[in-house]
Design a protein around this ligand. Structure first.
Ligand SMILES: [Zn+2]
Length: 78
């Protein structure tokens, strides 16, 4: 049990954001977040081009995937 009031250490303050593992290839190296947005901005398109995220469209249903694996081209929810 850790101290709940402790300041997070440098190790916990990671630069790389959390990414879940893909169920198929069991790695998170090619997993990108899916962004749902009503407006597709130029910065969103640029991030998609860079492979940082995937634009999922304007509507988001309850069971819509929020992560996408570019290796096996499947979206999944986490
Ligand atoms: Zn995969």
């Amino acid at each position: 049990m850790g101290d709940p009031f402790a300041i997070p250490s440098r190790k916990q303050m990671r630069r790389t954001p959390f990414r879940p593992r893909c169920k198929n290839c069991r790695t998170n190296k090619r997993v990108i977040p899916i962004r749902y947005s009503h407006e597709i901005t130029e910065s969103l398109l640029e991030k998609e081009r860079n492979g940082e995220l995937k634009i999922g469209g304007s509507s988001r249903s309850v069971d819509a995937p929020n992560w996408f694996c570019t290796r096996c081209e499947t979206g999944f929810q986490r």
